[in-house]
Design a protein around this ligand. Sequence first.
Ligand code: GTP
Ligand code: SF4
Ligand code: SF4
Length: 308
Amino acid sequence: MTLYDRFGRPVTNLRISLTQDCNYACFFCHREGQHFNARLELTPAEIERLVRIASRLGIKKVKLTGGEPTVRRDIIEIVRRIKPYLRDLSMTTNGSRLKELARPLAEAGLDRVNVSLHSLRPEVYRKITGADMLDTVLEGIDEAVRHLSPVKLNMTVMKGLNDGEIWDMVDFAARTGAILQLIELEAPREFTETRFFKKYFYPLKPVERKLEEMAVEIRERRMHRRRKYFVPTDYGIAEVEVVRAMHNTVFCANCTRLRVTSNGKFKTCLLRKNDLIDFATALRNGASDAELVEIFKKAVLMRQPYWS
Ligand SMILES: Nc1nc2c(ncn2[C@@H]2O[C@H](COP(=O)(O)OP(=O)(O)OP(=O)(O)O)[C@@H](O)[C@H]2O)c(=O)[nH]1
Ligand code: SF4
Ligand code: SF4
């Protein structure tokens, strides 16, 4: 069984934010669209129930996000509890705790990991993230490649900060055996005219054109119709995916995700406001599975493409 929204888009994966806490302070952090303070977090048992119900509705892919998911002390337990319901369980992390956690996470059932790596230069890395952790993260990436392959490296490209490092990062990905994801800075419409956005926005279209010329193979993913370029480097073939979400109607028309906030609300779109549907209250008040399924369906029906 698969649920479809009013625009004919199937909902096949959940992005579950486990916490708002993070040990970094990236100045452009979008907090998965969760722009409110919420101390209360879903418990491992609540997350398991949500995933069990979601799996009956056709969700077989879950991405754990945050804040930073690895700051949760019960992260291993969460992974262990939910993996049995899923085909693909992944996590997006800043990588600061991967050195010690990659192996236990893999043993608990995590399939793969995306690691934010915006720069290979310590000063630039610190400027972007507020954390002096580049070496630790690089060691964590090595460990992740060993246990959680495929590893994706997320590089949000920003004008004047790391735009000169794109091709070094392509080489680095090939050398490490990781996939590189080049991400365009994104923000809701109303922010696109701000000084902040204009200062840092670096359009990736020209980079994508160059990748297209260089590629020995190009594939298109179903999700967001994102394109992947396989480009030769001195270190072998690099796999590079481009995430260009701004004003991208194709991306939104092929969006198959529903978000879950750390305090137990469905969120229908990263960039939308006023799109939350609470389920934690029902869960804690003893709602039946059937009642929770109804809330889930209501959230699916509220989904709308953002750029259309
Ligand atoms: N607008 C928009 N941007 C997204 C969405 N999903 C991911 N992104 C962007 O892509 C960045 C990286 O996302 P990740 O958390 O690594 O996940 P992903 O690459 O989308 O997921 P997988 O390909 O399944 O690993 C995010 O920080 C966002 O900037 C989405 O649904 N909408
Ligand atoms: S590591 Fe991720 S969650 Fe933490 S501040 Fe940076 S972008 Fe935000
Ligand atoms: S509808 Fe568009 S902007 Fe919203 S989450 Fe999906 S791809 Fe992102």
